[in-house]
Design a protein around this ligand. Structure first.
Ligand SMILES: Cc1cc2nc3c(=O)[nH]c(=O)nc-3n(C[C@H](O)[C@H](O)[C@H](O)COP(=O)(O)O)c2cc1C
Length: 161
């Protein structure tokens, strides 16, 4: 009897531990009808860093030539709640899920955003080329352990090809 109670206690503990460790990942893409202002991107970045940190959400968001590709990871309900907010955002359209699933560990230590906006219509291509080659190098180097992260980095690569 004592043994059975001990086993139940252990299983409950293991179950709680697993629940804490399992992460939910979601990859999405969208488009913007017109190029956003720099201030809009800065405030999106600042807001997201604070919100995501508070809700234990890590991941990445890449913006280039009117397209967004993002990955969110964290506790399932937190990720789904945030995705619903993002989906309703009037800044972008055609928001769609590219991949989702459960993973054992985070692929990103925090949330970050990478974007390129031309400074003016006459901006040199040098800065843009520098940005895109840096991203493409990152895509080559980064570990892509999970299905969702493979879809994310694959979609990022496609944005620049
Ligand atoms: C492409 C895209 C990605 C976004 N990602 C995040 C994010 O990771 N975290 C976040 O808090 N807000 C993000 N936002 C902003 C949200 O859509 C929303 O504007 C913000 O959470 C404020 O919502 P609220 O007024 O309901 O609090 C994103 C917006 C866009 C367009």
């Amino acid at each position: 009897m004592i043994f059975v109670i001990f086993c139940l206690f252990c299983f409950e503990d293991i179950g709680a531990n697993l629940q804490q460790r399992i992460m939910f990942e979601l990859v999405y893409s969208s488009q913007v009808p017109k190029c956003p202002k720099r201030e809009r991107m800065t405030s999106l970045n600042n807001h997201s860093i604070k919100y995501n940190e508070k809700h234990g959400i890590s991941g990445s968001l890449v913006f280039y030539k009117r397209k967004f590709v993002g990955i969110l990871e964290g506790e399932e309900n937190n990720v789904k709640r945030l995705y619903q907010k993002i989906k309703k955002d009037s800044m972008h359209t055609k928001v769609s899920v590219l991949a989702k699933g459960f993973v054992w560990e985070r692929q990103f230590t925090q949330w970050n955003m990478m974007y390129y906006l031309p400074k003016s219509n006459t901006s040199s291509h040098l800065e843009e080329n520098f940005f895109s080659s840096n991203i493409l190098n990152l895509v080559l180097l980064v570990d892509k352990k999970t299905y969702a992260s493979q879809i994310f980095w694959g979609s990022v690569r496609d944005m620049f090809s």
